[in-house]
Design a protein around this ligand. Structure first.
Ligand code: ZN
Length: 371
């Protein structure tokens, strides 16, 4: 019997009360909880090789900006980095704050304009030092290219990973891909059913996420368990640009369209129906983000089990694969793209086929793609 969705387990009034903790705080991204859920979710779909590479890179983080160097904790690094000099010279703040969103206008949607015409990185400039006026779509593309490139300097590779862990998540907060002449909802004052007030952006960053529960790891476990394999496969498809347009469509349909009219105090009353629908939408966006973050990392790190400097030429050869050879000999499987093979491997594992290890299929996929 399928488990009920998490948000159905909490009476709505009680979940609003829980969600209200910290409600007035200003925000500019999924709250920490949302990002941590996405990190835990991605871990469900990472190949063993990618997971090892992620952990090895994060172990080198000497910034001390996150509570730990775990994958889940490091999903919040880019927000911490951005805010770390906000009270000082604000170089990091001004230099990276625009990378967290793309303001596609509800009234006149134009992603390319919102991405400043997609100006390329100046030659020789690492993505982490790139111009301030770049959108989240282009930054995700730049950082995934850096992470996949064995010539990238180790410190920049770590930065690329840290930004990806966060930005792929932000891309799925609908109000990070939409603007209604309201600073992505920050200028819209709303009133929650529990009687507390805040702004619309914060409601979507944090309030509706907290309705899912209080333990990011447990929420991620449940979201993964409730996500059918074919849905995960569909979610994994597409490009950052398409994911941004999807987030924009979600914002138009589920954030702005059902908003009620303003009251006398210029406050929008978010009733329990709005909150309940929003919670279900947030749930799906978190699932999409987790699956896609794993895909980005799996692709970028497929061939990078070892640091480039320490790897002699012989060691860069793919390890011998025995069980995977039978997979490669199967033309149907050979025809699959790398990403599809990853999802297929996850499906096999979920169907209780212990003989088919994800790592084996992943190695097979890497070899097929290298042909
Ligand atoms: Zn952010």
């Amino acid at each position: 019997m399928p488990r009920p969705p998490l948000h159905a387990l909490l009476p709505l009034a009680a979940s609003w009360a829980l969600a209200a903790i910290g409600w007035p705080a200003p925000a500019a991204a999924w709250g920490d909880e949302g990002h941590e859920i996405i990190g835990h979710l991605a871990a469900h779909y990472l190949s063993p090789a990618a997971r090892r590479a992620v952990d090895a890179l994060l172990a080198e983080d000497a910034t001390g900006l996150t509570p730990s160097r775990s994958l889940a904790a490091e999903t919040t690094w880019a927000d911490r980095y951005r805010d770390s000099d906000r009270g000082g010279d604000a170089r990091r703040y001004r230099g990276t704050r625009e990378w967290h969103y793309v303001d596609i206008e509800i009234a006149a949607p134009d992603l390319d304009a919102a991405c400043h015409g997609h100006a390329p990185l100046p030659a020789g400039v690492p993505a982490s030092q790139g111009p301030a006026d770049a959108c989240i779509v282009d930054k995700v593309d730049q950082f995934r290219a850096e992470l996949a490139d064995p010539r990238t300097e180790p410190e920049e590779r770590l930065r690329a990973l840290q930004f990806l862990l966060h930005l792929v998540g932000d891309l799925h907060q609908p109000l990070h891909a939409a603007d209604h002449d309201d600073r992505g909802g920050n200028a819209v004052r709303v009133h929650a059913p529990d009687g507390r007030s805040g702004n619309l952006h914060h409601a979507w960053d944090t309030v509706f996420v907290r309705m899912l529960g209080t333990d990011p790891a447990a929420i991620a476990d449940q979201l993964a368990a409730e996500l059918p394999a074919d849905a995960a496969r569909r979610y994994a498809e597409g490009s950052p640009r398409e994911w941004a347009l999807e987030s924009f469509a979600v914002a138009r349909t589920h954030v702005y369209a059902p908003l009620p009219a303003a009251t006398d105090r210029d406050l929008l009353e978010l009733d329990p129906t709005y909150a309940s629908t929003a919670c279900a939408t947030v749930r799906e966006q978190l699932q999409r983000a987790g699956v896609r973050l794993a895909r980005v990392l799996n692709e970028a790190l497929a061939a990078s089990a070892a640091p480039r400097a320490a790897a002699p030429a012989a060691a860069r050869q793919p390890p011998p694969i025995r069980p995977a050879l039978t997979l490669i000999a199967n033309p149907r499987i050979e025809a699959l793209k790398k990403n599809e093979m990853m999802v297929w491997a996850i499906t096999m594992r979920r169907m209780g086929r212990p003989r088919v290890e994800t790592s084996e299929v992943w190695q097979a996929a890497a070899m097929v793609n290298e042909k």
